[in-house]
Design a protein around this ligand. Structure first.
Ligand code: ASP
Length: 316
């Protein structure tokens, strides 16, 4: 990628101590505002707005996560989340999604699912309506259909291609990307939940599953501690169970941002390459939040009662 990104990662690798020191020099507030929504990428702002409204109106945290993510899954300009996302090497859009609910450590996940408009709803149904945690491929699709979720007929290629083209035409030539919405929610009562949804890497091998639907990789929630979510090259997140590691560093007393920085430091210790593309958001039980990543263009979105903002990746 660009020189500036390489410099960013090199500075990250060399300047870790300085970054950590800065974080210590300015400790985050002991208690943040709740309810709180924190998500990956600027496109998630609209999802955050929907999610925070549900919480402020007294809705459930799972509805906030699910319906918040619906907004991005339905966004016709988004080429990395939902059925308008990028197809795999065989020309099919295969979607990954998961949801976690802190109380009871509940989770549901779907991977390589085709033709379901809201994979996040399929993940929620796996969590709430099945004895399992993860369903993949055709099994996930059939389960979602049985649950009454809305589908687009991918078995009729012609109809599906027309649907995709019509949808893409509405998006007026927006540049493509390969990102994920990971949305973390903290309720005013201290309940924590989160969800992820993505079409994964464009041109991936059929059947490839990224980090997003893998618990502890794309998303991890611990109701006693906090939550973390990721975006970037899933393979580089999955190999380290990175969001699990972030939550465990928070358990040891680090702030969300410090925990992310320490996790990336750990990963950089054993990686020779500078094209990792790993980016994270996290929040803790006290309403503190943070983000960091190896991509200089990574941004994240935060919503509370008093603000809904997009923030820069502050580096490592
Ligand atoms: N993490 C996603 C995946 O590897 C893609 C992304 O977030 O950019 O499938």
């Amino acid at each position: 990628m660009s020189m500036s990104r390489r410099k960013f990662v090199r500075r990250a690798a060399l300047g870790l101590a300085a970054g950590a020191a800065a974080a210590h020099a300015q400790p985050p507030p002991e208690k943040g505002e709740t309810p709180l929504i924190v998500s990956t990428w600027p496109f998630a702002k609209a999802s955050n707005d929907a999610a925070i409204k549900i919480l402020l109106d007294g809705g459930s945290i799972l509805d906030a996560v699910e319906r918040g993510i619906w907004v991005t899954e339905d966004d016709v300009t988004n080429k990395s989340v939902g059925l308008g996302g990028s197809p795999n090497a065989a020309g099919f859009v295969q979607l990954d999604s998961c949801m976690m609910y802190g109380p009871g450590h509940k989770a549901g996940s779907v991977a390589a699912i085709e033709g379901i408009r809201h994979p996040i709803s399929a993940a929620r149904r796996v969590m709430e309506k099945s004895p399992h945690v993860m369903l993949v491929g055709e099994g996930a699709r059939v389960f979602a259909l049985e649950q009454g979720l809305e589908s687009v007929p991918v078995d009729d290629r012609e109809m599906y291609e027309k649907w995709r083209k019509d949808r893409a035409a509405q998006s007026a030539q927006k540049p493509g990307n390969h990102d994920t919405i990971a949305l973390l929610a903290l309720g005013a009562d201290g309940t924590i939940a989160g969800g992820c949804s993505t079409s994964g890497l464009a041109g991936k091998l059929p059947g490839r599953v990224g980090d997003s639907p893998i618990l502890g990789s794309g998303l991890y929630v611990d109701n006693e501690i906090g939550a973390a979510g990721s975006t970037g090259t899933g393979e580089n997140v999955m190999r380290y169970c990175a969001t699990f590691m972030i939550v465990e560093f928070m358990r040891q007393g680090l702030s969300p941002r410090e925990a992310i920085v320490k996790t990336i430091q750990r990963i950089l210790q054993s990686e020779k390459r500078d094209d990792l593309h790993i980016n994270f958001v996290a929040l803790d039980k006290h309403g503190r939040y943070g983000a960091a990543g190896t991509d200089s263009n990574f941004k994240y979105a935060v919503a509370t009662k008093s603000q809904s903002v997009v923030l820069d990746n502050p580096g490592l």
